[in-house]
Design a binder for this molecule. Structure first.
Ligand code: FNR
Length: 366
């Protein structure tokens, strides 16, 4: 199949995020597509991330007064017109030549947040300094000094929060991607990091995983230390256990992204909605909780908020937009989801995000 170049305008058949998923495949080599779509092991979480939203029902109320309704939210003092952010995704040059620049532009126009990955192909300094809709995602760099260097760079270039991804001390085992023999292009530029950490001076009797890579992985004490070094709010991404949420708060973490990494790391964990619900019960009122994985429709956004999220992130869907039509495609994906969410709120009988709660979710499944 020939790979089509990205589109320069949005054709009328692209109406939903699922339309974008079908379209994007036409614009990517098969192995890049496999990298984007794959999940870990049997892809149970990958499927569950989608299925969990289908499995719960919205219980609508009628005749509520929805005049002056809105989808506004506020996180770390920043106002957003809607609660849909862009999850960190590495290596975006795989998907479009404008890569993270296109994503950042769309985020700014749609007043969403880009969370720039450590594995960005675009330098931190290249995103517009005055764009307030940008956070930086840190993968631990093997030691405190190197990790702090990246935080300093994010501070210098006016990123508004640091997201530390803590659920991937090792890459997930992704069969689909391995069968497709995906590899990053040899000449791909990562301005801030190497793509693989290597433990040096490992003795023959030492275990390459536990004494090697796991020795380089961050521990709670590193997170606590890092929080002391920066004035920016620190968010942990990839928390699923309520006990870890409690420790996060004790250490000064200011927000949590409940996530299973889009089903790409450890397979067969509980649904993110059930983890979110349990975590909401152990954190202070109004503590920022975000959720990602499987958000594809406005009804999904509604359900995540009902279960306790302040905002949600989309990952693959905006990459479908990026691959299809660069910044235009990303912006259209965000707008489509936002409009679906608004209509869902109107049909469910909720005027603001504060109104959306478990009263609007049916207690039985169907
Ligand atoms: C990711 N994700 C990810 N997370 C992160 O913290 N840093 C990263 O660099 C990446 N890179 C990345 C690449 C690709 C191709 C994918 C699909 C995912 C995970 C991402 O931030 C998010 O958690 C999931 O994508 C959310 O699930 P959905 O929306 O893709 O279903």
């Amino acid at each position: 199949m020939t790979i089509q170049p990205p589109l320069t305008k949005i054709p009328p058949h692209l109406l939903t995020l699922l339309d974008y998923e079908k379209q994007a495949q036409n614009h990517l080599p098969a192995s890049y597509w496999a990298y984007l779509q794959s999940g870990a092991m049997n892809e149970v979480n990958l499927k569950r991330n989608l299925q969990q939203f289908a499995d719960i029902s919205i219980l609508p109320r009628v005749l509520n007064d929805l005049t002056h309704g809105n989808t506004r939210c506020k996180i770390f003092g920043q106002h957003y017109p809607h609660p849909i952010f862009l999850a960190p995704i590495g290596h975006q040059a795989l998907f479009h030549p404008d890569a993270e620049q296109a994503t950042a532009l769309a985020a700014e126009v749609m007043q969403s947040n880009i969370i720039l990955s450590t594995f960005t192909n675009t330098p931190l300094r290249a995103l517009k300094k005055e764009n307030p809709f940008k956070w930086f995602q840190l993968y631990w760099q093997g030691n405190r000094e190197k990790s702090l260097q990246l935080i300093r760079l994010a501070e210098e270039h006016d990123y508004k929060a640091i997201v530390i991804t803590v659920d991937a001390p090792h890459k997930g085992i992704r069969d689909t991607e391995r069968h497709a023999q995906f590899d990053l292009p040899a000449n791909m530029h990562h301005p801030h990091t190497k793509t693989h950490l290597v433990a040096e001076n490992l003795q023959p009797h030492q275990h390459p995983l536990f004494d090697g890579l796991m020795q380089l992985a961050p521990k709670w004490a590193d997170i606590a230390w890092l929080i002391q070094q920066t004035k920016l709010p620190v968010v942990l991404k990839g928390i699923q256990h309520p006990a870890d949420a409690k420790i996060s708060i004790e250490q000064g973490v200011q927000g949590i992204i409940v996530s299973n990494h889009g089903g790409r790391v450890l397979d067969t964990t509980p649904t993110t909605l059930s983890s979110l619900q349990k975590i909401r019960q152990v954190v202070p009122h109004n503590y920022p909780l975000l959720l990602d994985g499987g958000i594809r429709r406005g009804t999904d956004v509604f359900k995540a908020i009902a279960y306790g999220a302040n905002a949600v992130l989309i990952g693959r869907p905006y990459i479908y937009g990026l691959a299809t039509a660069g910044a235009l495609g990303v912006a259209h994906v965000i707008r489509t989801l936002k409009e679906e969410f608004e209509i869902t709120m109107a049909l469910a009988g909720t005027a603001t995000l504060e109104d959306i709660c478990l009263d609007y979710i049916a207690s039985e499944n169907y």
